[in-house]
Ligand binder design. Structure first.
Ligand code: CMC
Length: 395
């Protein structure tokens, strides 16, 4: 039966070697290419961190300018893509729209197809880079279109004079033809959030990129698959679920009763626990700090007090201590997004915009490494060989 290989949910199986991000879950450490996440969040921009994740080094001023220009040049999407996006129901979930739109990009860029051109096209670094510029550049545009579709407002063309995150907020918010520039402090807050979400080694969606990429398909379908994996409430959907939970709790007096439900296993404390971190997720600390920055502009969201008290009670409760359950990145992110005015079901889309960089870093690393097709083993525990029973003999 091969039971010695059995590893339900890949708890212990390393399926690749990678130099992109490092996590020490017992000490709450996260590094991208060797740099601590705290320093990157303080000193770098998201677009700079994207370069670091993909190419392995912090860019020089010149490299950063070139990289930024290449990405911003690819922010426009084909006009037919707009028609495609318009065909969704008015209340379509933006993650459903994003998954479909990213997959559709495959048909808009057939020169990226290994099916048509053979996998040797990806021995060419220019071809690899071009797909990377396109995906990082266009995903915020697709995300903004999904949002504008929902609220019934016309699509806003990218403003290539702005930086990556400023342009994204511009495409989301612009109301009229008058000059509009997003608040720089909110742009910086979202940029930091994007840095914190950019990569996280072999999480479920990144594993999906490597699994799909191992078949030789183009990166658009791989990234669409990763976006689909991120949609799930145990992964990128947790920020939405965490906020809904905090709103349902409503006020601090209701916390003890909620905690009892969690301990009775009737509920899960969303935004808590992590497969890798058995200590405080360093991103959660930075998120809490970013929340305060956003409140200075948008006003304090009272739900933060419920979150802080819930964290305090949980971290002093035997149930959570014994199981090493701490807040993860999603515990505070939803409150920030809500305060910034994003609709709840748009939260995982924001995660996808940032994580596209990490996905592409893994896609590129895998191409350069050369990887056999992923084909995990299973432990079969079904029937032994049985004799076929004809329809007339079945009871
Ligand atoms: N609330 C209550 N109990 C929990 C929680 C939670 N959030 N997470 C784990 N537990 C309990 C679980 O019931 C189990 O208890 P017992 O030993 O009595 O059976 C124990 O802790 C170990 O849990 P596990 O399910 O084996 O842990 P895991 O590593 O498989 O799951 C997780 C990790 C993230 C899926 C899980 O902690 C969870 O569902 N958390 C809530 C959802 C969430 O916040 N997800 C975002 C993760 S971070 C962003 C990302 O990477 O996408």
């Amino acid at each position: 039966m091969g039971l010695s290989l059995y590893d339900n949910g890949y708890l212990n199986t390393a399926v690749c070697k990678s130099t992109i991000s490092y996590i020490d879950g017992d000490r709450g450490i996260l590094r991208y290419r060797g740099y601590n996440i705290e320093e990157l969040a303080e000193h770098s921009s998201f677009i700079e961190v994207s370069y670091l994740l993909i190419y392995g080094e912090l860019p020089t001023r010149q490299q950063l300018a070139t990289w930024n220009a290449r990405i911003m040049r690819h922010t426009f999407v084909h006009e037919n893509m707009l028609e495609y996006m318009k065909s969704f129901r008015y209340d379509a979930h933006p993650m459903g729209m994003l998954v479909s739109a990213v997959a559709a990009m495959s048909t808009f860029h057939p020169e990226a197809s290994t099916d048509l051109h053979g996998d040797q096209i990806y021995q060419d670094h220019k071809m690899i880079n071009k797909q990377i510029f396109r995906l990082i550049g266009k995903i915020p545009t697709l995300a903004a279109i999904a949002y504008r579709h929902r609220i019934g407002r016309p699509y806003v063309y990218p403003n290539q004079e702005l930086d990556f995150t400023g342009n994204f907020l511009f495409m989301m918010d612009r109301l009229s033809e008058t000059t509009y520039t997003p608040n720089p402090a909110l742009v910086r807050a979202l940029d930091v959030i994007f840095i914190l979400h950019a990569d996280h080694e072999l999480n479920c969606s990144t594993a999906a990129v490597r699994q799909l990429g191992s078949t030789g398909i183009d990166p658009y379908v791989s990234i669409a698959g990763a976006t689909a994996a991120l949609y799930g409430p145990s992964h990128g959907g947790a920020n939405e679920a965490a906020l809904k939970m905090l709103e349902e709790i409503g006020s601090v007096e209701n916390i003890p009763a909620f905690i009892e439900q969690v301990k009775a296993k009737k509920r899960k404390l969303m935004g808590f626990g992590h497969r890798v971190y058995k200590f405080y997720d360093p991103r959660a600390k930075l998120m809490r700090k970013t929340a305060e920055e956003v409140f200075k502009i948008m006003g304090r969201n009272p739900i933060i007090d419920v979150a802080i008290e819930l964290e305090r009670i949980a971290l002093s409760d035997e149930y959570f201590i014994k199981r090493n359950l701490y807040p993860n990145v999603d515990f505070y992110s939803g409150i920030i997004y809500k305060s910034m005015g994003f609709p709840t079901d748009f939260f995982p889309v924001l995660f996808a915009i940032a994580r596209t960089t990490g996905w592409l870093a893994h896609w590129r690393e895998q191409l350069l490494q050369g990887t056999p097709i992923f084909r995990p083993a299973q432990a079969y525990n079904g029937e032994e060989a049985r004799e076929y029973v004809k329809m007339e003999d079945r009871v």
